[in-house]
Design a protein around this ligand. Sequence first.
Ligand SMILES: CC(C)(COP(=O)(O)OP(=O)(O)OC[C@H]1O[C@@H](n2cnc3c(N)ncnc32)[C@H](O)[C@@H]1OP(=O)(O)O)[C@@H](O)C(=O)NCCC(=O)NCCS
Length: 317
Amino acid sequence: MLKGEHRGHESNTLAGFCDSRHLTNQGTFHFELRVLEGSRDIVVDPRNERVKLYGLTPSDFKKKPVLADLLTPTESPREYSKVIVYAHPGDDEEWREASFHKEGMIRGFFSNHVNADIWAYYLNPERATEGGVDDHEQIVESILCGQKTDILPALPGGYTTMVANPVNASEIVSVLGEVFSEYPTPLKVPVIENSIRSGASHFRLVRDSAGRLVSVAAAELDRVRKTAEISDCATAPSNRGKSLMTFLLSQLERDVLGKYGIEDLYSLVRSGEPAINKAFRKRGFEYFGRLINNCRMPRGWESMNIWCKPCGPAFGV
Ligand SMILES: CC(C)(COP(=O)(O)OP(=O)(O)OC[C@H]1O[C@@H](n2cnc3c(N)ncnc32)[C@H](O)[C@@H]1OP(=O)(O)O)[C@@H](O)C(=O)NCCC(=O)NCCS
């Protein structure tokens, strides 16, 4: 059975995923589903009411009753209204027949630089209906048209940068907490501390000339697939527009390649925020689609744009 605070909300469908389940410090539940050729990761994320499945095929949904039940539960589940599959490319017709929609692609998400197609299935029409579509499309269009992509900014005089240590967790939480009234993962000191200490996340910081933390971003490292997701991007309101985020992205690209040999970077970026989309584009990231109502953010359900960049010698970057 599901452990901890979410136990009382568990549906029969999710109870089917019982074996080897564990609760992460992000508040999600991870487990492995056995398929013919091995096992596949599954993440249940009650906070964002979604289930993420990695490397599955449309035929797995036909063969495995527990997966079929996930899409057509007998009772309306409270834990999820969106099912997202990170799939190897191909099988488009079969995915569509199973009522999945392709929302985009993450370049080099799987090992050996293999792309992942992102397929979404919605359990209710409200979750599938995106507000502000025109604005979201216009933001991407204008950035793709006009923005130069080879920008490598310098820090303003007196500002400094460093890789974060676990002791910096409380400052990081206060900057993120000041900027985000709602966030998809828990903004708690022990959570950030643990993700730095365990090497799951590589944070970089910028301090102003008085030593105050003013900008932060992280790379969440997937050492097995050799990819990194850039996340937790925030600049204190008083310091915006000084290219601090663009600078941090450039440093993270270099850190992740140099320290961990990871060449494939991606980020899921708020669709309604021009500044963060612009910062990724300025560093040469490319746009690969939009995940509809993907997670809880300050404006409620927010859609996220996919930006990817292959770095390193293999790509001549
Ligand atoms: C997004 C954010 C991190 C950017 O930080 P920053 O240090 O100001 O970023 P940069 O200065 O490197 O780049 C931002 C660019 O967007 C531009 N910009 C800012 N607001 C803009 C707007 N409303 N429309 C268009 N461009 C805008 C800036 O002018 C700058 O471009 P320029 O250098 O060509 O002038 C910061 O605005 C922030 O913390 N926002 C709230 C948190 C958030 O949404 N984070 C992203 C989560 S995915």
